[in-house]
Design a protein around this ligand. Structure first.
Ligand code: CP
Ligand code: NVA
Length: 317
């Protein structure tokens, strides 16, 4: 197959580059990755072979559970002509130095996707590996999700200009990457969370600094209605992320009043889209009527994980 002009340019630019956090990328770079994901999506939909990673291997380390990330990465690399190795938390030696794992895997495979707890683990892997490292979620970030979300927003709205996104809920990994993605792309982002569960102030400050270049507004509030008012996009995520399950009873109380339901969604524009990275808990962070309603694009988001990650793998590996 012949590679597109954009594909060739991005390979040159991103060969060997880690995909660790959204803030490592400029607006132009994210736009290019999204446009390349659109090209790959069109090829896949129309049955055009695109074996850009023929014979390459991706190791996938999962220290937390997953459906979307695992299946989209594994399917994605197969569509690109390569194959994936799945390593669960039981397959990885808990006592082995991350740097040794990085060195050893670099001798066997062509890229590593890792889902883990501390972001420092991903950074350490990246420093010590000679192959690209892709962050498949840490306690602090979920950049692959947000790349797919930006692709979904672009498909749904046709632009990143003049959009208001309301993030309602927990100040967690997904929200931190999402706010940064909005700040870079120029999407106004209103973040509404309950007291003591807000997005960390250093993340908000970093996003505001990025937003200075794009012109986006980053606004924090404890009032979901202020966030949802006239929004083009309402986004939420679970109130209890992986690793925090022990705290669930308290969290249900703390998040009372922060559910995205029809009463809240009425404040948004009539053509607003509802987004959620999934998995979702209907009746907690989102009402069934909203996530299963006609404004919901959650399954487009899930599908776009495949295309967005193929863009990252094909250009870096
Ligand atoms: N959104 C997401 O990352 O889903 P999984 O946890 O199923 O991979
Ligand atoms: N915030 C959630 C996202 C899951 C994809 C978690 O970390 O569990």
């Amino acid at each position: 197959m012949s590679e597109s002009k954009l594909g060739l340019k991005l390979k040159e630019q991103f060969k060997g580059k880690d995909f660790l956090k959204i803030s490592d990328y400029t607006k132009e770079e994210l736009t290019d990755l999204i446009n390349y994901a659109i090209e790959l999506k069109e090829m896949q939909k129309s049955g055009v072979p695109h074996e850009l990673l023929k014979g390459k291997t991706l190791a996938m380390i999962f220290e937390k559970s997953s459906i979307r990330t695992r299946v989209s990465f594994e399917t994605g690399i197969i569509q690109l002509g390569g194959h994936a190795l799945f390593l669960s938390k039981d397959d990885v030696h808990s006592g082995e130095a991350v740097s040794d794992t990085a060195e050893v895997l670099s001798r066997y495979v062509d890229g590593i996707m890792i889902r883990t707890f501390g972001h420092d683990i991903v950074d350490e892997l990246a420093v010590n590996a000679s192959i690209p490292i892709i962050n498949g979620l840490t306690d602090d970030s979920h950049p692959c999700q947000v790349l797919a979300d930006l692709l979904t927003i672009y498909e749904q709205k046709g632009t990143f200009e003049n959009l208001k996104l309301a993030y309602v809920g927990d100040g967690n990994n997904v929200s931190q990457s999402l706010i940064m993605g909005c700040a870079i792309m120029g999407i106004d982002c209103y973040v509404a969370g309950p007291k003591n569960n807000e997005v960390k102030s250093e993340i908000i400050e970093k996003a505001k600094a990025k937003a200075k270049e794009s012109g986006a507004q980053i606004i924090e509030t404890n009032d979901p209605v202020v966030a949802a008012e006239n929004a083009d996009i309402i986004y939420t995520d679970v109130w209890t992320s992986m690793g925090w399950q022990g705290d669930k009873t308290n969290r249900l109380k703390e998040f009372e009043g922060y559910q995205v339901n029809e009463a809240l969604a009425k404040h948004a524009k009539a053509d607003y889209i509802f987004m959620h990275c999934l998995p979702a808990v209907r009746g907690e962070e989102v009402a069934k009527e909203v996530i299963d309603g006609s404004n919901s694009v959650v399954f487009d988001q899930a599908e776009n994980r495949l295309h967005a990650q193929k863009s990252v793998m094909a250009t870096s590996m």
